[in-house]
Design a protein around this ligand. Structure first.
Ligand SMILES: [Zn+2]
Length: 178
């Protein structure tokens, strides 16, 4: 497995809509290796998700994993592969939450996201699945799927004044744990 180079904003790959993964890709060892490398890259940089355009691949593919110890999440999300994902809102309600991005290093901002949604996607073998997600898990799914359409979380922020460096976030904005 390899750790891949992460594209940063202003690289055109992050602003281009990604192409659907074709059926024949699932049997391609290079496609399977890309998924393993994306997983490794996500772990290396301690992200909870990574989309293919972030590693210079314009494909509708993303990986997600939220460790149980992550303070932002009420529940652990086991490693999940999203191929050609489609999102359906399950409620109108949106909620503000802090987001960061490996392609926008060192920053965080408050982003409104749907609280509940349905995800329809294919797994790494091309098998369809459908799951319902809420709160932080739903947020991560929306963040990663945005990358597939050439969007980053900065585009979704309602007020740029919440933009902060992670170091200053830790000092001034982080809600203290009990
Ligand atoms: Zn991101």
């Amino acid at each position: 497995m390899s750790i891949l180079k992460v594209a940063r904003i202003a690289h055109p790959v992050l602003r281009s809509p990604a192409k659907p993964v074709p059926r024949e890709a699932f049997r391609d060892t290079l496609f399977q290796k890309l998924i393993d490398d994306m997983r490794q890259t996500m772990y290396e940089y301690e992200g909870v998700g990574l989309a293919a355009p972030q590693v210079h691949e314009g494909l509708r593919l993303a990986v997600i994993e939220v460790p149980g110890k992550d303070e932002r999440s009420e529940a652990e999300v086991p490693f999940l592969v999203l191929v050609n994902p489609v999102l359906t809102p399950l409620a109108e309600e949106r909620e503000d939450g802090w987001e960061g991005c490996l392609s926008v290093p060192d920053l965080r901002g408050l982003v409104p996201r749907l609280k509940r949604l349905k995800l329809d996607a294919l797994d790494r073998h091309g098998h369809p699945y459908s799951i319902e997600a809420q709160d932080f898990f739903a947020r991560v799914i929306q963040h990663e799927c945005d990358h597939l359409d050439g969007n980053v979380y900065l585009d979704r922020m309602r007020d740029m004044r919440s933009l902060t460096f992670i170091k200053e976030f830790e000092s001034h904005l982080r809600e203290d744990e009990e």
